[in-house]
Design a binder for this molecule. Sequence first.
Ligand SMILES: NC(=O)c1ccc[n+]([C@@H]2O[C@H](COP(=O)([O-])OP(=O)(O)OC[C@H]3O[C@@H](n4cnc5c(N)ncnc54)[C@H](OP(=O)(O)O)[C@@H]3O)[C@@H](O)[C@H]2O)c1
Length: 344
Amino acid sequence: MSSQTSLWLTEERGSFAVGPHAIPTPEAGEILVKVESAGLNPVDWKIQAHAFWVEHYPAILGNEGAGIVEAVGPDVTQFAKGERVLFQATMDNRKASFQQYVIVPAEIVGKIPSNISFDQAATLPVCIATTALSLYSPAPNGIGLRAPWDGGRGSFSGQPALVIGGATSVGQYAIQWAKLSGFSPIITTASLHNTALLKSTGATHVLDRGLSPSALSAEILKITSTPIKLVYDSVTAADAQQAGYDILAPGGHLILALEQSVKVKDGDNKTVFRVFGNIHPPHKRAFAAALFGHLTKYLADGDIIPNTVEVVPGGLNGVASGLQRLKDNLVSGRKLVVHPHETV
Ligand SMILES: NC(=O)c1ccc[n+]([C@@H]2O[C@H](COP(=O)([O-])OP(=O)(O)OC[C@H]3O[C@@H](n4cnc5c(N)ncnc54)[C@H](OP(=O)(O)O)[C@@H]3O)[C@@H](O)[C@H]2O)c1
């Protein structure tokens, strides 16, 4: 078998079409994965709509997935054909995940424990890495808190954290890391129908995301008077971001998943950090290897729970409609995935 089906973005700002593509061969340090489930992310529709990061068309998109090791490169010893793995993909036609077979650098691949399905696993790689990097990696990739797997578990006991947009995939994983790090209370904003979901991830208080900045501050003060030194903004709407900055105490960190709109005031002693969650650049790989090395046990033990998942039917032909739903803000508290081998 030498050919597979891939989903091609035919041209800049163009449309998607499935078509054939040679199955790549893993080189030194790489593995070839049969993609059982590929996760959809907001960045995929943003690339289609705004044309960034991709230099050559036609291009394959898709930033994460889960599947079965099909072949390993000549020097790869840590994986064998048939193992179940999860991985972050990247913008390269050998390495993007909206296709049936993908090449991944072996050092940043995670093993999936038996209690986690491929669909659940495919919800993890982008946002679990984005949140872990920003919280636990030292500068320039993060704010450098001590990682739970490095002696930091529970070490922020009694310190409050605020996660803006807890129902996003980013937000759900930020809440879970905050819990593992010991932060308490963990306050988040969301549509209130997501309250039970977010409490199951570790949020102690779920506030309506429609509250005005002043009402949000007032509600938070009713919950805690301890200065808040960690605010994680997974939405970066201008109002919410400013509210997060204003609520943050001196000496604290505001982490942003997207662009910064807040104006930092001189002398405030507040750090604003914008994360880039791609773990493929060489300077992030050691951190990613440690993260994915420990993630298997966190998943097996239930310390990290994957996002609620929805499979979009049609295989790769479901990507376009799924991305449109993400763009239109029609997906709440769940992650969309597709099954590339069920492409119709
Ligand atoms: N920097 C990076 O490396 C990186 C990595 C991953 C993602 N991102 C970015 O981070 C953002 C989140 O990504 P994601 O994949 O986690 O998104 P997602 O899961 O698709 O987000 C959907 C959720 O957004 C929530 N939401 C929308 N507007 C909100 C608001 N004003 N306040 C609170 N919640 C709001 C909704 O919550 P309710 O259902 O509760 O209303 C909905 O459940 C995206 O912009 C994405 O591009 C950046």
